[in-house]
Design a protein around this ligand. Structure first.
Ligand code: AMP
Length: 468
């Protein structure tokens, strides 16, 4: 078994890690730390939750421990670029934690807050500068920050930075970093653009990849509830009132959706706060702090704002809307069951999201257990997969002329129309025929027997807890 000592880290850092309860390096740490100490460039494919922050912070602290240089005014020795303000704050906290024996100076330079204090912190130069690209570039243009003393650049969550349109600022920033530098690039995925970025800025990098998180940890009990979109808020309000939900993160797809949901919950007497990119930095930080301390129990978040957020004791994650990319689901539910605890993840799936659910099930290689809530049996779960593999990948072969196919298509549409209309009227949608319809009918009867006073909910949460 590899230990932190085997990786060659300096004694004061080893002591801190031991005090933090870190027993052994994670795979990305075991691979990246020795190479980084040798000053190699690194191209790392890893997601948050893999111990990536320590993988790039520890070797820099090690270099400081063996030879501490004095940073030049307005500059930094290590520059870490990250997509979001929260992630920047979190990385700065990690640097302070891991480096407490060395007391490194750390500056956080992000948008959404006043630039004055950032200029002041940077005036004397710092060991670590953690920044989002846009605000960093502003300071470079005004002359408050220069990168002449930078020895190492870390590009963290590079794919997310590109998604947010940070490619041009990153290129401009990198032009101002001295040629003799080490570059560490970490990304959860490796699209062509990231390859291009690596080709442009990395010199003969060591490529490290930890297996993508396709498998959620086993301590998370997962389930899915099939529910019509307009009824999701009502269902969520009902579930959140259960005392089993101690601290929950609810994921929505859009900022607007997060705000609307907050208001809907408020009307149902539930205090929830949203964090997303349209909130000011101080609002976002205040909300996160309240959630971390426990004075706020329900956090509504979009993926970008929640990326990398590491908060203990989150008992439940609700996927109010399923993500477009299946890996994001694994990421989201990984916000619970941290630090050895158990967690519960509940996904809401409306009719338009069934293919997203299938993608998730394909990735995680597990069929999501279906939870049923009385009063919310609107949608039938999907029919069981056929036992025999079907020919032609499960699709019927298209036969007949284009004209005949069009006629058939229209016929199918007409047949489905009344169902869609019923859904709009708030009436349950029933599968038209076959075993799915029989199951749906049977469930309707059982539900009618139960009470609607919340006892069903208790039972359901009990079911979820037991793995359904
Ligand atoms: P990260 O991927 O950097 O967001 O780290 C995820 C979580 O793992 C954080 O809570 C870290 O404190 C924790 N962590 C990182 N490295 C280790 C380790 N070697 N042993 C135990 N926990 C760790």
């Amino acid at each position: 078994m590899t230990t932190f000592k085997d990786l060659g880290l300096a004694e004061p850092i080893l002591k801190t890690l031991s005090a933090e309860g870190y027993e052994k390096p994670t795979p990305i740490q075991a691979d990246a730390i020795p190479l980084t100490i040798q000053n190699r460039d690194i191209l790392g494919i890893a997601q948050t939750g893999t111990g990536k922050t320590a993988a790039f912070v520890l070797p820099q602290l090690h270099k400081m421990a063996i030879q501490r240089g004095k940073p030049a005014a307005k500059s930094a020795q290590v520059l870490i670029m990250t997509p979001t303000r929260e992630l920047a704050a979190q990385i700065a906290d990690s640097i302070k934690t891991y480096g407490r024996a060395l007391k490194p100076s750390v500056a956080v330079v992000v948008g959404g807050v006043k630039p004055g204090p950032q200029i002041k912190t940077m005036a004397r130069g710092v060991d670590f500068l953690v920044a989002t690209p846009g605000r960093l570039l502003d300071h470079m243009q005004s002359g408050a920050i220069n990168l002449s003393d930078v020895k190492t650049v870390v590009l963290d969550e590079a794919d997310q930075m590109l998604d947010l349109g940070f490619l041009p600022p990153i290129r401009r920033i990198m032009r101002n970093v001295p040629d003799q530098r080490q570059v560490l690039l970490f990304s959860a995925t490796m699209p062509k653009l990231i390859r291009g970025l690596a080709d442009d800025f990395l010199d003969n990098p060591a490529e490290i990849s930890v297996a993508p998180q396709s498998k959620p940890i086993e301590r998370i009990t997962q389930s899915v509830i099939f529910v019509e979109k307009p009824r999701k808020a009502q269902l969520l309000a009902r579930l959140l009132k259960d005392p089993a939900v101690e601290r929950a993160i609810v994921f929505t797809r859009t900022k607007h959706g997060a705000n609307r949901l907050c208001q809907q919950l408020e009307r149902a007497g539930i205090n929830a706060q949203a964090i997303h990119g349209n909130k000011s930095q101080s609002q976002r930080q205040k909300t996160l702090d309240a959630f971390r301390k426990g004075s706020l129990n329900i956090l509504i978040a979009t993926d970008i704002a929640a990326r990398g957020i590491d908060i203990d004791n989150v008992s439940h994650v609700f996927n109010y809307e399923l993500p477009e990319v299946a890996e994001v689901y694994v990421h989201r539910i990984g916000r619970t069951a941290r630090a050895g605890k158990n967690g519960t993840a509940v996904a809401f799936c409306d009719n338009n999201e069934r293919s997203l659910l299938r993608d998730i099930e394909k990735l995680t290689r597990m069929k999501m257990p279906v939870a049923e809530i009385e009063g919310f049996l609107d949608l039938a779960p999907p029919a069981e997969a056929p036992t025999e593999p079907r020919k032609n990948n499960g699709h019927k072969r298209a036969t007949g002329s284009e004209e005949t196919r069009k006629l058939r298509r229209n016929r199918r549409r007409r047949r489905n129309k009344p169902v869609a209309a019923a859904a709009e009227n708030g009436k349950p949608i029933a599968p038209n025929e076959g075993p799915a319809r029989r199951r749906w009918k049977a469930r309707g009867k059982t539900a009618a027997k139960g009470s609607a006073d919340g006892a069903g909910l208790q039972r359901m949460l009990g079911n979820i807890g037991a793995g359904v």
